[in-house]
Design a protein around this ligand. Structure first.
Ligand code: ITT
Length: 202
């Protein structure tokens, strides 16, 4: 059993095994060890993904001030729907789902959309810092198959020839909003750790 207090370990607080699967592969590429933990936290309703993610992180900070951890909030923003569902993506997915979105988009020529990921990192004694990743793409005309994570079966990134759901996690990481935000998080973490080590031994 892995201990979450290990100082080199990053804990990703998320209820989504898909998010973790993608982010932990990126962590591995950076030589970092990440584990997943589910925790009961209040998710506020807000028009800002960053505010939602920060609110989650602040609750966890009170419980885990000695832990290096991350939380993430995502949304899909559809041009023809004026950015809907955006920060309400989780609720909309649970209620009308992908088929509901496709109904709203019926006959719509403008299929443009983007995914946004906001990750908030907590480092002990340093507080919180947020990182953003965006992936532009289009909404498909039907539900595609494969890895059925959220809106992946209806979202095709620009420059790709298939929907996210038809990609392996590695392929998705070549394009995704999550890959972009987490790469920023891990680069930052490595940079501050080398600075701290440099000061200790310098
Ligand atoms: P957390 O525990 O990490 O908060 P969550 O499922 O509540 O997980 P979000 O609020 O961040 O996640 O996500 C909002 C919605 O967007 C949710 O319905 C997800 O299924 C969906 N979603 C998030 N990232 C996605 C991705 O990479 N591909 C497809 N759908 C995604």
């Amino acid at each position: 059993m892995k201990r979450i207090e290990d100082e080199n370990r990053i804990v990703f607080f998320t209820s989504s095994k898909f998010k973790f699967e993608e982010a932990s592969r990126i962590a591995q590429n950076f030589g970092l060890d990440m584990i997943r933990k589910s925790e009961n936290i209040i998710e506020i309703q807000s028009e800002s993904l960053e505010e939602i993610a920060l609110f989650k992180a602040r609750q966890l900070m009170k419980r885990y001030r000695n832990l290096t951890f991350v939380v993430e909030d995502d949304g899909i923003f559809i041009e023809a729907l004026n950015g809907f569902p955006g920060p309400y993506s989780s609720y909309v997915y649970r209620t009308i789902g992908n088929s509901g979105i496709l109904k709203l988009m019926k006959g719509e020529v403008n299929r443009g959309a983007l995914f946004k990921s906001v990750v908030v990192l907590h480092v002990p004694n340093m507080g919180l810092k947020s990182f953003t990743g965006i992936c532009k793409g289009t909404i498909a005309k039907s539900i595609h198959h494969g890895r059925m994570f959220g809106y992946d079966p209806i979202f095709k990134p620009l420059k790709a020839d298939k929907c996210f759901s038809e990609m392996t996690p590695e392929e998705k990481n070549l394009f995704s909003h999550r890959a972009k935000s987490f790469k920023k998080v891990f680069s930052f973490l490595i940079k501050i750790r080398s600075t701290i080590n440099g000061e200790d031994y310098g």
